[in-house]
Design a binder for this molecule. Sequence first.
Ligand SMILES: O=C(O)CCC(=O)C(=O)O
Length: 407
Amino acid sequence: MTCIRRNDSPFFTSSDGCLEAMKTTNIFGNHELCRYEYDEVLSGDLDIEAFAVQVLNAVDRHGFAVIENAVQGPACNQVVSEMRSYIEATPHGLHGLGGTRRCGALVARSASSHQMIAHPVILELAKRILGEQKLNGDAVRINGREGPGEQGFRYPWQLHLTQIIDVGPGGGGDDMPHQLQLHRANGMWLHDFQHVGIDPQMEVMWALSDFTEENGATHAVLGSHREAPRNGTGGYGEPTVQAVMPKGSVMIWTGWSIHGAGVNRSADRRVGMNINYALGFLAQEENQLLACPPHIARKLPEQMQRLMGYRQPAAALNYVAECQPPEDSVLQEDFDVLVPGAHGHVMNPALDGPGFAPENEAAFEAKVADLERQKSAAIAVDDLEQALHLKHAISVLHRSPRTTKQQ
Ligand SMILES: O=C(O)CCC(=O)C(=O)O
């Protein structure tokens, strides 16, 4: 493996815009781990799209690429500090995952992680790799039609996993081996997607501490994303290239690219943040709607809600209760599946159930009084769950435009 700086080398011709590359030769041929500097965007030299295309081309050719300094170091420190208590409360090797401590639910637990989860370049890459299937060579196929994956004809995609991967000193070594050695991520859905001709997943690893060879920077088997068929036994070994990168950098790869955590031979912890994205009609590895439940998601920006999957990615997928999209149901303050009438639809007292569409002011007041009485009775017998439902029901009745009171 050799590291060549663009300015140092006449050989540096292959990768547009790449500032530096680690070169290697393996069973998949001659490959490079190309590095891009986000400063090119911040300084105004390139726009997000042009920058993303460069990175995309490198991932296309080599299966991996690195963007250095995509966020600033203090942002990484902030994520680690928000996650510190969760990391420290997580035992090593939980669920058999070797010398690592892994904890997730980052959207709910760490507001500072959002700028990385929704980093504009990463989202641009996900749009192209997943939505437009740009690496795949096949067209997007929706409802029997084929298209190039342009606006309005893209596969839906969403957040798939958020996970701190904290490799401690000795992690991955003989005493604390990593359970997950070099691997591909696409096997989780059981289906063999390589014959379907789609790229179902894109993965990224953010360096929340500096990633070095010594502390176990992620190993990448360059070119492994293009093996055909992708079930050979080759490639699951040396030579690899390690994603040595300063804190705030991020490595991007596809679900087919072989990778794995390194051995931490240093005295310090290597803290990474693995964020994956996948097609929106596949089950998520970390169920985002449970990891960040509606009462928390309601308070987040719409972009983050949608990334997690609080939306209908296609046709009727993800509807709630009375066939409502998540944004019109669980994300509404008053919505509660156990409260009759909390569905947000305007009711017509002439046609619909009388309970939640009182005919007139007197009927409305009588209904509220009845619910208040039931609530007091529930509190009196300590049935707080029932009392809570009734409280919501009263609130629905008062605030919703679906009653005649507000019409
Ligand atoms: O921690 C790393 O460097 C990569 C680990 C990884 O991708 C995994 O175990 O799924």
